[in-house]
Design a protein around this ligand. Structure first.
Ligand code: FAD
Length: 327
């Protein structure tokens, strides 16, 4: 019997007049799954403007169809109007699967839809497959990344949020054709808050770094020397979560299961123990070099080169050497 639930949907999160990269990554994965399973991919775009260009972008990146919902209340992401619009689309069109980027907004929307429509949700997934009669299997790093828990939703649509960086961004195909459907979802509820001022700040995207220096809490007394080392090397700078939790570095640069996933050619990890929650975010590095004072620290077993010693003594020496070489 053919299920009344068909198609894979991808929530296409926007920033201004661009679809954000994590959404395109999810779109690429959805395309791959749809090709395997013989299904169609639809993108969901919401905003106050026309969004035709963005819909075309989504089609070139793998969507067969893009549903566009246009309403003044959808200009910027806001939980209440966005979740109301999406839940009306879901009720009307009955997708089999909905994938969201596990960004702050994507996680917020997926969680709200899950509660609103009483649907299962696999959160922060890094692996996806479809088996049997359109059953979505979603891999979530469990026990700090030491194992992969494969989950499935028992309700339809099946939903998952997908961690940014888990899948590559697809190459656009300029000759791809698709359909754009404008949907009138009716009047939407006003959000209970109003944006008074929007302040933008630029964040370095460490997930694309080719080389990175990562500081752990073991160097909390002098993070500056590790940062300086990254600057001298011209490598990106990242950290473990405890440094971010203590407010010593920005939330945007911590690496791990709940932070950024990095895939550099080389990672120099200084003063981090190698906890599984952290390692799962850096396991894709081609080479890992670590500096840790404790010879028993787990980080050594993940490292291609290990230096056992005091970072407060080693890093200044490395800096001296680099400065001497630069002269
Ligand atoms: C649900 C959940 C999600 C989590 N997500 C993340 C995540 O995304 N990212 C993340 O990082 N963590 C995450 N954590 C926390 C994680 O489990 C670890 O607690 C954390 O990664 C440890 O950080 P650390 O290595 O900096 O600190 P520690 O484990 O305390 O290690 C510090 C290391 O520094 C070494 N050291 C101390 N002094 C020196 C010195 N002078 N020179 C050299 N080495 C020194 C010590 O030997 C030690 O090995 C999560 C935890 C939970 C429960």
């Amino acid at each position: 019997m053919v299920s009344e639930y068909q198609n894979i949907w991808v929530f296409l999160e926007r920033r201004g007049d661009e679809i954000i990269e994590p959404s395109l990554e999810v779109l690429g994965k959805a395309r791959e799954l749809a090709d395997k399973y013989g299904d169609k991919v639809s993108g969901i775009l919401m905003g106050a403007a026309n969004l035709e260009n963005l819909a075309e972008t989504a089609i070139k990146h793998g969507a067969d169809k893009v549903y566009v919902v246009q309403d003044q209340l959808l200009q910027e992401y806001s939980t209440i109007p966005y979740s109301e619009a999406l839940s009306r689309l879901i009720t009307r069109y009955k997708p089999n699967i909905i994938l969201y980027p596990a960004t702050r907004n994507g996680r917020d929307l997926a969680g709200r839809i899950s509660a609103k429509l009483n649907l299962g949700l696999s959160a922060n997934t890094v692996w996806l497959d479809i088996v049997g009669d359109g059953i979505l299997l979603a891999g979530v790093p469990g026990f700090g990344g030491g194992i992969m828990a494969v989950t499935k939703c028992l309700t339809k649509p099946q939903m998952a949020t997908v961690r940014p960086g888990a899948f590559p961004k697809p190459q656009p195909n300029p000759s791809r054709k698709g359909e754009i459907e404008r949907v009138d979802v009716g009047g939407l509820p006003e959000p209970p808050t109003k944006t008074v001022e929007r302040v933008f700040y630029t964040v370095e995207d460490i997930s694309k770094a080719e080389a990175i220096v990562i500081a752990g809490i073991g160097v909390r007394e002098n993070i500056e020397i590790v940062k300086k080392l990254s600057e001298k090397l011209n490598w990106a700078f990242g950290a473990t979560r405890p440094l971010s939790d203590e407010g010593l570095v920005s939330r945007d640069i911590f690496v791990g299961a709940t932070g950024k996933t990095v895939r550099p050619k080389i990672a120099l990890i200084i003063g981090a123990s190698g906890a599984t929650h952290f390692i799962s975010g850096v396991a894709g590095a081609e080479k890992i070099i670590s500096i840790n004072i404790d010879p028993e620290a787990p980080i050594h077993s993940y490292s291609d080169y290990s230096i056992v010693g005091d970072a407060y003594k080693i890093v200044p020496k490395l800096l001296e050497k680099l400065e001497a070489e630069m002269k």
